[in-house]
Design a protein around this ligand. Structure first.
Ligand code: M6R
Length: 364
């Protein structure tokens, strides 16, 4: 069943290249992003004044990436909310708001309740869902399926990667319809999207090196993740992956917030994982890395190929290949998934079924 892999989590990480390709391929036609399931023409897309993304857990983290991508690429205001908060705060949803519910299982109770709340308030709801025919898929006005296939491990990997892909497609479709990107920019993005599967594959092939590194941290007390902008979103997901399967306490921080709190937790040898893939935030990140390093932290960095300066501020560097600046999360997550996985394996944890967690959370 596990196809020769030790755990479903590892198998599913290895299925990412195919899952990502299966999610974008049917939606690229003649150099355009075609999302028939969206049920919206250009004019309707232009009439959307705001997007609200609601979800839980990793799907919420995908939503955070979605916010940076949709706002940055399509220049449309986006709010992201935890479904369990959204549903109880009598959300203000003006006309023209599109609500997006992101869910792998399509059965998460809070996400389903948030969907119902949004519909009750008259909003159009789009589901980004993996399980075909699930409750969220049935009740949403429209569904954009992520074609990840069945995901067994409690810690999501491939479904999360497909959620990112679906959100990129949506952003590209909106950006082009709204005149925020040109034909040639769109063409370039499509090329970069098509390269992602092979790039993810390449990053997965470094698993032994990551395992060796992970084995040094099996007894860590706390591990931190820092990033800015879109890299903050991936830090949150990297931190969740690690802690949910390894039971090591971990926190993700927006790198600029570090000196407002968590920096007091950095001790000699504390591992801080810094993600820096955005050129405009690069220098700021380097100085945040210096800040923790001078306090004794060991710094692991995930950055773009060619950013050689990083080697001065980090003790261990993983390079990701070149892609569009909006797509870097899809690559940066791979070493972070592998790291969380191997720390858990090294500690002898029940990787596919971490204690106290369920694959689909149908209680509120
Ligand atoms: O099925 P859903 O995508 O709605 O699930 C949401 C969360 O429960 C889920 O992402 C959870 O956080 C995972 N264990 C993360 O790996």
């Amino acid at each position: 069943e596990k196809g020769g892999y030790e755990h479903f989590m590892l198998k599913e990480m290895y299925e990412q290249p195919k899952a990502i390709a299966d999610t974008f391929s049917p939606r690229i036609k003649d150099g355009q992003i075609v999302i028939e399931e969206l049920g919206m023409n250009d004019e309707e897309i232009r009439a959307v004044s705001k997007i609200v993304i609601v979800a839980c857990g990793s799907a919420y983290h995908a939503g955070m990436t979605g916010k940076y991508v949709l706002e940055g690429m399509a220049r449309i205001p986006v709010e992201v909310d935890l479904a369990s908060e959204f549903r109880y705060r009598d959300p203000i949803l003006a006309e023209g708001t599109l609500v997006i519910v992101v869910s792998q299982s399509g059965e998460t109770a809070d996400s389903l309740a948030a969907l119902r709340e949004a519909k009750k308030k008259g909003c159009k709801v789009l589901g980004i869902v993996n399980v075909v025919g699930s409750s969220i898929a049935r009740e949403a006005d429209n569904v954009l399926y992520t074609w990840a296939g069945p995901e067994i491990a409690v810690a999501t990997t491939k479904a999360y990667s497909c959620q990112l892909t679906a959100l990129y497609l949506l952003a590209m479709r909106f950006a082009y319809a709204r005149g925020a990107i040109s034909e040639s920019e769109l063409a370039e993005m499509i090329e970069d999207l098509k390269k992602l599967p092979a790039q993810v594959e390449m990053l997965l092939s470094h698993k032994d090196r990551i395992q060796k590194f992970a084995n040094r941290y099996l007894a860590a007390r706390s591990i931190f993740f820092i990033g800015r902008g879109i890299d903050y979103a991936i830090s949150l997901e990297g931190s969740l992956k690690l802690k949910e399967v390894s039971y090591i306490h971990s926190e993700a921080y927006a790198a600029g917030e570090l000196k407002h709190g968590t920096i007091s937790l950095i001790e000699e040898g504390t591992l801080v994982t810094a993600v820096l893939t955005q050129e405009d935030l690069y220098k700021k990140m380097l100085s945040n890395m210096e800040e923790v390093k001078t306090r004794g932290a060991f710094v692991m960095a995930v950055t773009n190929e060619g950013n050689l300066d990083v080697e001065k501020a980090a003790d261990y560097v993983v390079y990701i290949p070149e892609t569009n600046r909006f797509f870097t999360n899809s690559l940066a997550i791979v070493p972070l998934q592998l790291f969380g996985y191997y720390v858990a394996v090294g500690r002898g944890c029940d990787v596919d079924k971490p204690r106290n967690l369920a694959k689909s959370v149908t209680v509120e």
